[in-house]
Every structure is written in structure tokens, then in C-alpha cells.
Design a protein around this ligand. Structure first.
Ligand code: UTP
Length: 413
């Protein structure tokens, strides 16, 4: 922790970012302490990546090839075998869950954290509630509680923690629920200067859904994971109200495969559907975005007549921890997003949001974790049974479509 102005100044000088202290003298004592703490947490890794942005040659184009998917029919025929293997490993406590709840939920536009949104009609059905209900099913099957790590962000942490406390973790054992904050990344202007959003606050945002493992270790949970003998993490997004968490069949199938990771996938509704699909890139598992697929790839078929690139990811992955540790050491790529960032305007004395993009935010992508691993089992699930995302306020992937799918699956809402 940086205790003094001098220490902060020294750090910023080395980074060429001394302007962040320009209004320091005008801040309250609290404001001063908060700015010093933000400067303390400032990770040079983003600025470093930004400074190399233009000098870097284009990333080598890795060859995209199809990946073998374990289809629903095969899963069904081996269900009992996978289930037994998954349950036995879960009983030994080898699996834990990681809920990614650090996103901003901009498209949904709800007031609080996305998980606190109530999509019920005749009763309360909070998004978080669905997650605890789904996790409880797997815990019941294993005959024990499974650890759940919840990644929040700076801006939604307190609200998330108090909401879940207030709702008594929807009946789940609180000893098995662990919160941690996702690291924040600073935003920079066109010339790479960190933006001040007010006189005493650096503009920053959560560092993307690929930052979850680093942040988990940084929060000090490595020893709990080791002490508890947890070997696998099931990482999933907050907004799919139908997903199975620590699903023993999925877990068993990935264990049987001997691969270091697994990804739940759903068949596309048509070759044109705009979702990221599983593939191999440079011989390692990856996700190819819909806009990266050429027409010939989109319609390419395998010898058995099935489409070669047809299984979309739903952000539900299993990772073997020891492989993540190795992959993390290699350094993950940082992505730059061109955004409109609210900035302090010393002339008007106000924070102003520009209409046009005026700077860059930094993000890690979870896809890049996959591509650093030696293999992945894409595991097909039936879309209508396991995929009900709440992304938008209305239209596709909204509370309305999620309600419909919950009803279809016999879940009272
Ligand atoms: P999305 O990409 O859907 O982003 O996140 P979002 O923030 O929820 O929604 P929009 O794009 O602003 O509308 C997929 C999952 O990754 C998590 C989200 O909470 C969600 O579970 N996530 C995303 C993080 O935990 N941290 C991030 O920095 C970004």
C-alpha cells in the first residue's frame, strides 16, 4: 500500500503519468487516500501493452481448423458413466464454481448488479437465486457443499455482497461462498495518458472476463483451493438462468477425456447465427468470432455431412487448475477497446462524457485462456434446456425470453 504522496509521485513519474496528482492538494483527506490507493493498485501491465501497441507487428495468423465436439447423442449414451465419475470426484471436493459477476451489464441497463434482477412473475426469481438453485442441485447430487467463488467488480461488490447476505445465499451454506473483486484497468486517452474522471479519481473499468483467475489468486484464494484439494474450476457467466453449475455429467466427461478443459456448447440455430464458435487455432482450442468466419468456413462440412464450425460457446467452462497456473505464467494478451470515456473537464469543473470514442479501455478475454491450453472438450448441451441468457432489456436474450424458457423447463416463475 502506498502510504505517501511521495511514493505515489515516484511511481507515476516512472510511468510518465504525473498528471494524475495535479489536483491532489484540492482533495479532502478521504479523497487523497482514495487516489493514493488507486495509484497503488495501478498495474503497469496495461500501460506497457499500450506503449507497444503500434510497434508490435500484427499477431501471427494462426490457422483455424475444426475441433471435435462431443455431441448430445454420445453424451446421452454414456450418461451413467460420466455421471458416476463426476459425482465421485465432486464428493472428494475436486470441483468448485467461479461465478463471473464483474461485468457492467450495460445492455440490460438494470440499476444494480445483474444478479439482483428479479425476473419472476408470480414470485421472486432473482438471477442470483437461479444460480444458487442450480448449484445446489449438483451439491445435493455430490452429497456435500461445493465451494463457490464470486467475482465482483469495484462498482458492484458491496451491493452484491449485501444482497446475497440479505437473501441468506438462497439457502446455500455461506461458509462455501467466497467473494473477490476483479482487478480494474485504467482507461487512457489517445496518447496513452491515463484519464482522470474527476479531480481525485482515475477512470477505470473491470479488466474483462479473462482476468478472473489472476484476480482469484491475487485475492489470496490459492491456499484455500490447495488446502481443500480443489483441482477443477467451473467458470460461468452470471446471466444464464438455466445453466447447470458443476454439472457432474460434464465434469465426468471432461475427466474421462483426459483434457485440461471443457466448454459447454450449443448447436447454432443456422450457419448464419452470430455467435462465437469453438475451433482450433494454431492447433489449440479457441473460439472464432462470427465476424472472423469466412463464408466458406461458415458452410464448410465434414465428411459426415455436419457443419465444421457449428457449436457456439455459452460461457460455461471447466478448467484444470494446474494447467491454468502454467498458462497464466505465459502472460495473457491484452485487448484494447475503443470507447467513449467520461473525463474531468477542468474548465467546466465537471465530468464530461464524450459522444465519440475518445480513448481506450483494456480487457482480458476468457477465450485467450483456452488458447493457451493443450486441449478442450466441447460438450454439447441442448439449447432450450441449458441456455437462457439475460443480456438485453427487451427482445432476444431478455428477461422475457428467459421466462419463456424457464416455463418450458417446468420452473415456476
Ligand atoms: P458480457 O460480455 O455479457 O458483459 O459478460 P456484461 O458486462 O455482463 O454486459 P454488457 O456487455 O455490459 O451488456 C459475460 C460475463 O462475464 C462477466 C459478466 O458479469 C458476465 O457474467 N464479466 C464481464 C466480468 O465478470 N467482468 C468483466 O470485466 C466483463
Amino acid at each position: 500500500m502506498l502510504q505517501t504522496y511521495e511514493q505515489a509521485e515516484k511511481k507515476l513519474k516512472a510511468l510518465g503519468q504525473e498528471h494524475l496528482l495535479r489536483y491532489y492538494a484540492e482533495l479532502s483527506e478521504d479523497g487523497k487516500a482514495q487516489l493514493l490507493s488507486q495509484i497503488d493498485e495501478l498495474d503497469e501491465v496495461y500501460l506497457d501493452a499500450f506503449s507497444k501497441k503500434d510497434s508490435l507487428s500484427l499477431p501471427e495468423q494462426k490457422e483455424i481448423t475444426p475441433i471435435d465436439v462431443m455431441c448430445a447423442a454420445e453424451i446421452e449414451s454414456r450418461r451413467e458413466e460420466f455421471l458416476a465419475r463426476g459425482i465421485s470426484a465432486a464428493k472428494e471436493g475436486k470441483i468448485a464454481a467461479v461465478l463471473l459477476a464483474g461485468g457492467m451489464g450495460t445492455r440490460l441497463g438494470a440499476d444494480g448488479p445483474k444478479g439482483t434482477v428479479d425476473i419472476g412473475v408470480t414470485r421472486h426469481v432473482y438471477i442470483f437465486q437461479r444460480i444458487f438453485e442450480n448449484l445446489s442441485e449438483s451439491a445435493d447430487a455430490a452429497g456435500r457443499s461445493l465451494h463457490l467463488f464470486i467475482m465482483t467488480s469495484e462498482s458492484n461488490h458491496d451491493e452484491t455482497v449485501s444482497f446475497l447476505k440479505e437473501h441468506r445465499y438462497f439457502g446455500y451454506d455461506p461458509e462455501y461462498v467466497h467473494f473477490y473483486r476483479q482487478e480494474m484497468a485504467p482507461a487512457v486517452d489517445r496518447s496513452g495518458r491515463i484519464i482522470l474522471e474527476s479531480r481525485g479519481r482515475i477512470a477505470s473499468s473491470p479488466n474483462g472476463n479473462g482476468g478472473w483467475f489472476r484476480s482469484l489468486l491475487k485475492a489470496g484464494y490459492g491456499s484455500l483451493i490447495e488446502d481443500q484439494g480443489i483441482e477443477w474450476l467451473n467458470v460461468f457467466s452470471v446471466d444464464n438462468v438455466l445453466q447447470r453449475i458443476c454439472d457432474p455429467v460434464f465434469f465426468g466427461a471432461v475427466l474421462e477425456s483426459g483434457l485440461p478443459s471443457g466448454s459447454k456448447v450449443v448447436a447454432k440455430s443456422s450457419p448464419e447465427e452470430r455467435v462465437g464458435v469453438m475451433c482450433n487455432k494454431g492447433g489449440r482450442p479457441a473460439v472464432v468470432e462470427y465476424y472472423e468466419l469466412t463464408d466458406s468456413m461458415r458452410y464448410e462440412k465434414r465428411p459426415d455431412g455436419s457443419y465444421a464450425y457449428y457449436y457456439g460457446v455459452i460461457l460455461n467452462y471447466l478448467f484444470r487448475i494446474r494447467d491454468l497456473e502454467e498458462a497464466d505464467g505465459k502472460g495473457m494478451p491484452i485487448h484494447f477497446a475503443d470507447k467513449s470515456i467520461a473525463a474531468w473537464d477542468p474548465v467546466s469543473g465537471q465530468t464530461v462524457k464524450s459522444k465519440e470514442p475518445n480513448g481506450w479501455k483494456f480487457e482480458y478475454f476468457i477465450f485467450d485462456i483456452l488458447n493457451s491450453l493443450d486441449g478442450c472438450l466441447p460438450f454439447e448441451v441442448i439449447r432450450d434446456r441449458e441456455f437462457a441468457p439475460v443480456k438485453n432489456a427487451s427482445g432476444p436474450d431478455s428477461p422475457e425470453t428467459a421466462r419463456e424458457l424457464l416455463r418450458k423447463n417446468g420452473i415456476e416463475i
